[in-house]
Design a protein around this ligand. Structure first.
Ligand SMILES: C[S@@+](CC[C@H](N)C(=O)[O-])C[C@H]1O[C@@H](n2cnc3c(N)ncnc32)[C@H](O)[C@@H]1O
Length: 354
């Protein structure tokens, strides 16, 4: 899955063609229009002004916005354009970091974001980001501001697991090459990294049918833990296709949540056409929340995208001209972002604070 999505030569996300948006394989909240970024910018500005509800001391300068996995750079453009127009002083005090391991993507993002060249910095990993912050100010090794991602963790590589009811244990599905195609093969032993603890509730396992399939994504939990540890003060948030731990074990998810998309359609075979189709699996929000809380963060919101964006929109309306005129185009975008049949229910949001 990692190679199919991120291989520098043939990975799906390394391709130049238009995979996201109306002509591509899937819509994201960013491809719907600029409103998603504008609402986030409004919320980020409020958080940066008053970092915790009861805090009396605003964050000092410099303050960082850290976006992970910026792909085209469109979300960064939408957020920074709104901040520059509506909150110019705050915008001047900001450092906008893009966390992006792909050199090809970094170059594309720089093209999209040429207007903001003085504001944006890139880092390939959390450790590089920490080192660069420390280089700039020896007393700072961590982020004061907001670390966020949109649809990043649901495109991290997963382990695919099956339930052996007779032996009362999980086994792992591997991928092999047979007769000219990729096929699933049952592995004899679990890989140690497959991180099954979120599914360990014994009362659920006693009724789980033989062969029940699901996924585990230790890479997402590790990523969240690293982000939490890097956050000195501020917020950590993500938007993803996702579920709570118990919801993964619902009867209608007996085949798991791993999906392939090609031209806006489910593709039947996730192993077919590697590099040509998008692959995604639901994020385990229970595991992320626990990882953040173990790292000392406080959970502020665990809700649907619809609930989260509707709350921001109410505050933006109350702010009147502080958000910008509410056009019919914004209304249309709001409906797509929040309607349960579009992007409102399938996407969930986790916000944690320190
Ligand atoms: C699924 S897209 C993210 C979608 C994008 N945020 C949007 O809203 O359209 C994947 C992006 O994440 C980047 N990426 C992959 N692994 C990453 C990691 N460990 N940290 C940060 N970015 C990563 C990819 O290079 C690519 O730019």
């Amino acid at each position: 899955m990692e190679l199919a999505l991120y291989c520098p030569d043939c990975g799906y996300y390394e391709k130049e063609n238009d995979t996201i948006g109306r002509r591509g394989d899937f819509y994201t909240s960013v491809s719907v229009g600029r409103l998603f970024g504008e609402l986030l910018a409004f919320q980020f500005a409020a958080w940066l002004d008053a970092p915790r509800a009861h805090s009396i001391e605003p964050l000092g300068s410099p303050r960082q916005l850290v976006e992970a996995g910026a792909h085209h750079g469109h979300l960064a453009r939408d957020i920074l354009t709104w901040l520059r127009n509506q909150r110019p002083t705050l915008c001047e005090q900001l450092e906008y970091w893009i966390l992006e391991p792909s050199a090809g993507r970094r170059a594309k993002q720089a093209e999209t974001l040429w207007e903001f060249a003085g504001t944006i910095c890139w880092a390939g990993s959390f450790s590089e980001l920490a080192a660069r912050l420390h280089q700039a100010a020896p007393s700072a090794t961590s982020v004061r501001g907001i670390i966020f991602a949109n649809e990043l963790l649901d495109a991290f590589p997963v382990h695919r697991l099956g339930w052996d009811a007779k032996r009362f244990e999980w086994f792992e599905w591997g991928v092999a090459w047979r007769a000219g195609r990729f096929v699933w093969v049952r592995l004899s032993a679990l890989l140690p990294a497959s991180g099954l603890s979120p599914f360990a509730a014994p009362e659920l396992l006693t009724v789980l049918p033989d062969g029940f399939t699901t996924e585990s994504c230790p890479a997402a939990t590790t990523w969240w833990r690293e982000a939490a540890n890097l956050l000195q003060q501020g917020r950590l948030l993500t938007f993803d296709y996702g579920l709570n731990a118990e919801e993964f074990l619902a009867p209608h998810r007996a085949n798991g949540t791993l999906r392939a998309y090609h031209h806006h359609r489910y593709a039947d075979d996730v192993l077919a056409q590697p590099g040509e189709q998008d692959l995604t699996a639901h994020v385990n929000f229970t595991a992320l929340q626990a990882a953040g809380e173990t790292a000392g963060l406080l959970t502020e919101a665990a809700q649907t995208q619809s609930q989260f964006l509707t709350g921001i929109t109410q505050r933006a309306w109350a702010a009147g001209s502080g958000f910008g005129a509410w056009s019919s185009d914004r209304t249309r975008q709001f409906q797509t972002l929040t309607h349960p049949e579009h992007l409102g229910r399938a996407f969930r949001v986790l916000v944690q604070a320190r």
